[in-house]
Structure formats: C-alpha cells, structure tokens
Design a protein around this ligand. Structure first.
Ligand code: SF4
Length: 377
C-alpha cells in the first residue's frame, strides 16, 4: 500500500479552535493569483514524485478543499489526474465542509473519480457551532450531506466533536443520534482540544468557559463508542468508526506504518524510512517552487529501532492492535522485546493485552492511550 496526501491550505474562514495549516480566503486580496501560484507549485511537486509511484489511496485535505470555487476545484482535480497515475487508486477522499459545497462542486468531485468525502459537521447544536466559529448551521450540514448523496457518493465520513464547552453526555448522544439518522458510512470523533494561540483558548484563559473535566470526557467517549457499536459500526481506530468494509484505507496504511507521499504546504510524508515535512507557509511554498527549490523544510531518517517504536505506537491506535509476526517481518524486531519492562508493566496493569498473536490496547486504555504510548517511547 502507498498513499498520497495533498494539502489545500485555504478555508472559507478560520474556526475558533483551529491551529491547522490553513488560512481564510479573506487573507488573500488577489485570491485568483494566489490559487494559480499554488496550483503551479503543487503541479511541480507532483511531477517530481518518483516515476514509478502509483498510489493506492489519494487524500486531499486541508484546510477545506471545497472552499475553492467550482472552477478552481475542477482545475485542482484535473491537475491531480494529469500528474498522478490514478487508475490504480482504490480510495480517493476529499475533505469538505458544509457551507462550502454546492451541486457543481459535488458533481466535479464525482466526475474526477473521488469516491469518498469526509464532511466536517462537528455538531448539530447551532449554538455550539457558532461558538466553535463554524461556517454552518446543523441544517446546512444536512444540506451538504444530501448534496453529496445526490451526486452519487456512497462513502461519506462525518466528523463529530465532543467535550464542547458546557456539553453533557446526553447532548453528545443527541448529536450522535442525529448524525446516525443520516446513515453515514464512517464517523470520526474528536474531543475539543484547546490549542495555544486560538481564539477559543484565549476565551478559556479569560475564564469565559470551563473545559469539560477529564472524567466526563471519558464518559462521553465511551458513550459514543457504545452507541456506535450498538448501531453496527466497527470501532477500528481510537477515534474512528466504520460500517463493515468502510474503514478509511488511506489512514489505515498510515496506522500500519506504510509509506505515503505528501504534497502542498505543511504536508508531512513518510517513505522508505524517511520522514519529510514541507514548509508551512503558502507564500514560502510557492516562492521556493518558483525559484526551483525543494519545498521540503525537514528531513529525518529514523534509526531502525526508533522507526520500529513509532510503528508500534501508531499501530496500537488500531483496536485490533499490532500483529506481532507482521511487525517482526516489517521492522526486523520483536515488539514485546522492544517494549521491554514498560510493556510488561502495562500488560500487568491491564492497559495492554496480548492475545491471538496480537498486542492491543484494552478497552480501559482507549481513552488514556497517550499515557500508554508515553511509556513505550
Ligand atoms: S474548516 Fe477545518 S481546517 Fe478550516 S479552520 Fe475550520 S477546523 Fe480549521
């Protein structure tokens, strides 16, 4: 498996909690020129991929790719098809946000061969959406979902945030049940994180709201898990649930320690044991490309043991855990020996378990996985 990630650094506007590498369209007075420069740089970077590279999965994220207008989005999809061998692509995901989708964009995605859309709904509570600085209401989110279905998408993932300011478990479940009524193929759920430098973190620092306490966050996480398991979804990764056969293949490759290339500003790649990251700022990315320079700002080749450790920790994000024999084949190392005394202790504490030749987190450890991973670093 090999994947390709493309980063589109534009959003219609910036959400109050977001520290991702994206900027609102209003930041670019000559947007048409900026987008054209970005596309030229992206096309150059795609053209420089290894000549034999043929991805199994494609993922265009951001940012909000659908913040581009229909003509720009069509041009982006055309340039991807021009520069990437798409015939072998089994899964092509594009991220979209309600309020930035229309029938023309949904049709353009479908025509180009996109077969999966990840829609950022986040909540069905209009007051919560407004507080998060989201562009859309719950009704507009539903309208976006319906547009995608009408365009022929039969593989749609929805994002749901929990632990929102003042939110109770009953409210989280009401949101979740609302989304389940839409019958999405996949759901990703994330607790709100207060990222330094964001407007929401500043509001919190001013005492305008309190964070949902950890115990309640855990309660919400497990309530979501129970509800989705009961509805027939597989809990396959810490934050991800899928109907049978609808796991995200692109991310699965990442969690299995597979290779992936990545293009665009702030894009991170991992291939052949080497990790790379591009410059973050769109201006720097375009300027470097125009000067004939590489957009890569960081490069690291991990030593085999460090790489194996990383593969182990990322693999433990999967609920099925790490296949010990496959791990040995992939890394040349024994996972249990690599984890050593720390791993033995985590097993004794009931946070890790070894069964059926796999090492996995126990249900108890799912919400405190960061603590477990910290022990294994
Ligand atoms: S739409 Fe997504 S990437 Fe854009 S600002 Fe909001 S959270 Fe960030």
């Amino acid at each position: 498996m090999a994947g390709l990630y493309l980063h589109v650094p534009f959003c219609a506007r910036k959400c109050a909690y977001c520290d991702f590498a994206s900027r609102p369209l209003a930041d670019f007075p000559s947007l048409g020129t900026t987008v054209a420069r970005f596309f030229q740089a992206l096309e150059k970077e795609l053209a420089a991929l290894p000549p034999d590279f043929a991805p199994d999965t494609l993922y265009i994220g951001g940012g909000t790719p659908t913040a581009l207008d229909a003509a720009q989005l069509g041009a982006l999809l055309a340039l991807v098809r021009r520069r990437v061998y798409c015939n072998g692509v089994r899964e092509w995901t594009v991220e979209a946000n309600p309020g930035t989708l229309d029938a023309a964009k949904a049709a353009a995605l479908r025509r180009a061969g996109v077969n999966r859309v990840s829609l950022g709904v986040q909540s069905l509570d209009n007051a919560a959406l407004a507080r998060l600085g989201r562009l859309h209401t719950a009704a507009e989110a539903r309208a976006g979902f319906d547009l995608l279905r009408a365009a022929g998408f039969d593989n749609i993932s929805l994002d749901l945030m929990y632990a929102l300011p003042g939110e109770t478990t009953a409210q989280v479940l009401a949101d979740l049940r609302g989304l389940l009524a839409w019958q999405p193929e996949h759901l990703s759920t994330y607790a709100l994180a207060l990222e330094p430098g964001t407007p929401l973190a500043a509001q919190h620092a001013r005492g305008e709201f309190a964070e949902v306490p950890d115990e309640e966050q855990a309660e919400q996480y497990f309530a979501i898990r129970r509800e989705l398991l009961a509805a027939g979804y597989e809990h396959y990764e810490l934050s991800n649930f899928a109907q049978p056969g609808r796991v995200c293949r692109h991310n699965l490759n990442y969690w299995r320690g597979g290779d992936y290339h990545a293009c665009g500003p702030a894009a991170h790649a991992h291939s052949g044991g080497q990790r790379t990251a591009n410059v973050e700022k769109l201006e720097d990315y375009c300027r470097r490309s125009e000067r004939g320079e590489s957009p890569c700002a960081f490069e690291e080749t991990l030593a085999p043991e460090a790489k194996a450790r990383e593969t182990l920790i990322i693999g433990l994000r999967l609920l099925k855990g790490v296949d010990l024999a496959a791990f040995q084949r992939q890394t040349g190392l024994d996972a249990l020996a690599l984890g050593g005394a720390a791993l033995e202790q985590l097993v004794a504490q009931g946070l890790l378990a070894v069964d059926h030749e796999r090492l996995r987190l126990t249900a108890r450890a799912l919400f405190i996985s960061d603590r477990v991973f910290a022990e294994l670093v």
